[in-house]
Ligand binder design. Structure first.
Ligand SMILES: [Zn+2]
Length: 165
């Protein structure tokens, strides 16, 4: 990716001449189904779009959280929507390193072959259905799964909640 640089008054400008928020929004593609703000910026190995600020590379969703919500400090910024390209502040939440590891494990992106829904992922499907108001077909499309899978899940036939502790 080419970072544009400009000299101001003969000196080297440390920041691009337009605000970071604007740069992020210039690279936003809103998914009409999920409401995800997909960034088309170049992605890192794990699929997270990146943005360069003052010569340092940052993950877009983390920068977005800081700009639109609050400084996450030492906490991790995680996705409710399970979409690493997304930087919609409403789809982001804060978590600890442990949450992050659970989340990554739940997503199972590293495994090849057939994707299997974990309990954590099933939870996200339920959330999309009940909290985001998506219908089963939309959720199935979002996850690239059959609608019957989503339907079973929502009826609790396939995934049962673990007994409360
Ligand atoms: Zn999203």
């Amino acid at each position: 990716m080419l970072e544009r640089k400009r000299t101001v008054g003969g000196r080297f400008a440390p920041e691009p001449p337009w605000p970071i928020k604007e740069r992020l929004l210039q690279h936003r593609q809103i998914d009409p189904v999920s409401g995800c703000w997909n960034s088309d910026l170049r992605r890192d190995r794990k699929g997270y779009p990146q943005i360069g600020i003052s010569g340092v590379t940052h993950r877009v969703h983390r920068v977005a959280y800081k700009l639109f919500v609050a400084d996450p400090g030492s906490l991790h910024v995680l996705h409710k929507c399970d979409n690493p390209r997304c930087f919609n502040p409403n789809h982001l939440f804060l978590g600890t390193q442990l949450d992050n590891m659970r989340d990554s494990a739940a997503k199972g992106r590293t495994r090849g072959g057939i994707r299997k829904l974990s309990e954590a992922e099933a939870h996200k499907v339920r959330m999309l259905y009940w909290n985001f108001g998506l219908n089963q077909a939309q959720i199935a499309a979002h996850y690239g799964m059959h609608q019957s899978t989503i339907s079973h899940l929502l009826r609790g036939e396939t995934w049962r909640r673990s007994p409360s502790k």
